[in-house]
Design a protein around this ligand. Structure first.
Ligand code: NAD
Ligand code: APR
Length: 237
């Protein structure tokens, strides 16, 4: 079957946004090197000190508001235009894939630009930077609002996980892009794809927990390697 008819699925992690200036979690400058996630990215931390958690997320929103999509984000948006069955699964909460033009995106860990009412569960977009008040309140009922992201110890959104799990089983080519492959259950998707016969291709600057599974590895900054791979795959080169 022609390359352009192949079912391609991509899983991205913080590394796809690194060249946009968004800090990753576990690299030398990673967020978890400087902050303790259990103090900032967990339901217990939020219950203990919502303002402290919101100060961290307000800072991350301000960093990300200055970021722009890089060639890797743009290549993934271009792939969606020409591959009928292409699907993008991301662990990122920065919204840069949508900003680059990707429309079919599964956000496994939610979005920094969405708020959720802790009382009613209602969700809404709020892209204001800086936020006028911390912690933000639900506009409908006045209860506390939290970032609509998945924290350590929380389950993933059921619909998103089910869709990602099914897409991985049907993939013929599964791209693993800019993720350390350390955090479950996202890190199981490449294994599941491979168990169903997919060819795994990893794009990273270094070896990861998933490298041993990969059929092909493109070592280097993904802003350079992914456009090169795509030009070769789509015959555009
Ligand atoms: P987990 O226990 O599955 O996390 C396993 C990995 O997460 C660890 O191997 C480590 O790499 C990292 N991790 C967990 N606790 C950490 C810590 N205290 N310091 C540094 N790294 C840590 O995570 P979980 O509690 O089962 O999380 C459930 C879901 O929430 C997962 O999908 C996870 O990816 C997600 N999550 C989202 C955010 C976010 O800010 N969006 C932050 C953390 C976790
Ligand atoms: N090009 C390609 N890969 C890169 C680049 C780059 N320019 N820069 C960094 N990387 C790679 C790193 O080598 C690393 O393997 O990106 C990966 C980033 O890994 P993490 O910081 O662990 O981020 P991620 O895998 O997305 O973390 C998963 O953990 O804390 C939770 O929910 C949070 O979604 C996050 C999840």
């Amino acid at each position: 079957m022609g390359a352009m008819r192949r079912r391609v699925v991509a899983l991205t992690g913080a590394g796809v946004s690194a060249e946009s200036g968004v800090p990753t979690f576990r690299g030398p400058e990673g967020l978890w090197r400087r902050y303790r996630p259990e103090e900032l990215a967990s339901p217990e931390a939020f219950a203990r000190d919502p303002i402290r958690v919101w100060e961290w997320y307000a800072w991350r929103r301000e960093c990300i508001a200055r970021a722009t999509p890089n060639p890797a984000h743009r290549t993934l948006a271009a792939m969606e235009e020409v591959l009928p069955d292409f699907l993008l699964i991301t662990q990122n909460v920065d919204g840069l894939h949508s900003q680059a033009g990707s429309r079919r995106v599964i956000e496994l860990h939610g979005s920094l630009w969405r708020m959720r009412c802790v009382r009613e569960g209602r969700v809404w977009e709020d892209r204001r930077v800086p936020l006028p008040e911390l912690p933000p309140r639900c506009p409908a009922c006045g209860a506390l609002a939290r970032p609509d992201v998945v924290w350590f110890g929380e389950p993933l959104p059921k619909a998103a996980w089910t869709q990602a799990f099914r897409a991985a089983a049907e993939a013929e080519i599964f791209l693993i892009i800019g993720t350390s492959g350390l955090v479950e259950p996202a890190a199981s998707l490449p294994r599941w794809a491979r168990a169903h016969g997919a060819r795994l291709i990893e794009f990273n600057i270094e070896d990861t927990a998933l490298t041993p599974l990969a059929d092909e590895v493109w070592r280097g900054p993904v802003g350079e390697t992914l456009p090169r791979w795509w030009a070769q795959f789509s015959g555009a080169s």
